[in-house]
Design a protein around this ligand. Structure first.
Ligand code: 5GP
Length: 218
């Protein structure tokens, strides 16, 4: 029985060091019903970044044209470059029944919730500030200054966790992904996901006299 014909948009946010990238990759490898939203951005690719994997690298001119045409669900600028979430692919996937995952910061998440209804949002937390600090200092590429500004940014982001539907504590990657899957599985049976089915059943009830049982009217 096919009861659920619309996909859902899932937002995944969390501070730098929360492990959300790893969680996202593991979830996508487990679940073929979920696809990742690819952001359009205007900075050049970094070494090892494959176009179309996480980002589409486009020119500023093209971005501005798309912006004028209303093609972004939300966008922002970082260090002089544009970053935007294209609307059309998300709408197309959702209408075909695919679930779409959007990895985005708290500000972007806020804009997406304003622009679209029925979004499920999940915030990934570190188990403690101490663990977060250890994870960030463990990245040998970061200076002490960079770590301390990331920690401050993390505190600001965690302060917005109340805007999310669910909170997952990432103490252990496997457990965190299991918990995320449990949320996604349970969401299939939420009213929002089942709304079309409930409406179809009610609509079909209009076309027949269902109160007549065995040919005898009640
Ligand atoms: P980076 O250049 O380091 O990959 O990303 C810079 C920032 O842009 C990160 O905070 C990242 O989360 C954010 N970002 C990536 N894609 C999007 C997007 O589509 N929209 C918004 N608002 N931010 C994005």
């Amino acid at each position: 029985m096919m009861v659920n014909n619309k996909g859902r948009l899932f937002i995944l946010s969390g501070p730098s060091g929360s492990g959300k990238d790893t969680i996202m990759r593991e979830l996508l490898s487990r679940r073929k019903d979920i696809c990742l939203s690819i952001s359009s951005i205007t900075r050049p690719p970094r070494q090892g970044e494959i176009p179309g994997e996480k980002y589409d690298f486009i020119s500023k001119e093209k971005f501005e044209t798309m912006l004028l045409n209303g093609e972004f669900l939300e966008y922002n600028t970082y260090l002089g470059n544009y970053y935007g979430t294209p609307k059309k692919p998300i709408e197309r996937w959702i209408s075909c029944g695919r679930n779409v995952l959007l990895e985005i910061d708290v500000n972007g998440a806020r804009k997406v919730r304003e622009a679209m209804s029925g979004v499920l949002s999940v915030f990934i937390m570190p188990p403690s500030m101490q663990v977060l600090k250890e994870r960030l200092t463990g990245r040998s590429t970061e200076s002490a200054e960079a770590v301390s500004s990331r920690l401050q940014a993390a505190i600001d982001e965690i302060g917005c966790a109340n805007e999310y539907d669910y909170i997952i504590v990432n103490d252990n990657i496997t457990e965190a992904v299991n918990n995320l899957e449990a949320i996604i599985n349970a969401d299939r049976f939420s009213y929002k996901s089942m709304e079309n089915f409930v409406k179809e059943v009610l609509e079909s009830a209009k076309s027949c006299d269902w109160k007549a049982v065995g040919g005898i009217r009640q």
